[in-house]
Design a protein around this ligand. Structure first.
Ligand SMILES: C[S@@+](CC[C@H](N)C(=O)[O-])C[C@H]1O[C@@H](n2cnc3c(N)ncnc32)[C@H](O)[C@@H]1O
Length: 191
């Protein structure tokens, strides 16, 4: 399995915010190789990794990433976007949701936001830290976020030293255009 360019950029964002991570409940969705989640766990966050419950090989990759990085405390659960399953119901309130390169198929966007919305009900202050690769100028997340009562802030890559073709010795970001977003509940009384 592949570490996507977005994962390197999100891991860099986590590293820049590492002082705020110890003790935080952090869930990674669509984790795959789980570089951001592993980085958060190494920085002291209480991390849960997830990938689709219908893709057991992806969950096995999450497990292997934890094993290789000596992180036996990290939980791994099957969460398919848009499905309310027992593992989602049982999750404690989260502080941060990580999502690296999950916004790639527009037909999945609403399912992803359904899962995020469910977690926002448990903790209205939860933030979704997400990177996405600009592959098409045709889609926009903003209208969907508005529909779900969410807002997003674009974080300039230069503000966390990620505006280069290589980051932390990884050449993966290369010439790909990656954007960093922080998404949260738009309700005034949740702030
Ligand atoms: C482009 S990969 C990104 C992997 C990793 N986050 C990264 O950036 O390296 C998309 C990930 O989303 C997961 N995924 C795809 N469809 C999913 C779904 N319906 N529910 C949950 N995860 C899904 C895939 O298994 C894969 O791990």
């Amino acid at each position: 399995m592949y570490v996507w360019p977005c994962a390197v950029v999100l891991a860099q964002y986590l590293w820049c915010h590492r002082s705020s991570l110890p003790g935080k409940a952090v869930l990674e969705i669509g984790a795959g190789v789980s570089l951001p989640g592993v980085t958060a766990a190494k920085c002291g966050a209480e991390v849960t990794l997830s990938d689709s419950s219908e893709l057991p090989h992806c969950l096995e990759i999450c497990r292997q990433s934890c094993e290789m990085n000596h992180l036996p405390q990290v939980r791994i659960v099957g969460l398919t976007w848009g499905h309310v399953c027992q593992d989602l119901l049982a999750l404690p309130p989260q502080d941060i949701i990580l999502a690296s390169d999950v916004f790639f198929e527009p037909e999945d966007f609403e399912d992803i936001l359904t899962t995020v919305y469910f977690l926002m009900q448990k903790n209205p202050k939860v933030q979704l830290w997400s990177t996405y690769q600009v592959r098409s100028a045709d889609w926009s997340l903003e209208a969907l976020l508005y529909k779900w009562g969410m807002k997003c802030v674009h974080i300039p890559l230069e503000s966390f030293d990620a505006d280069k073709e290589d980051i932390a010795e990884s050449a993966l970001p290369g010439r790909h255009t990656v954007e960093m977003l922080v998404i949260s509940f738009a309700k005034k009384d949740s702030l």
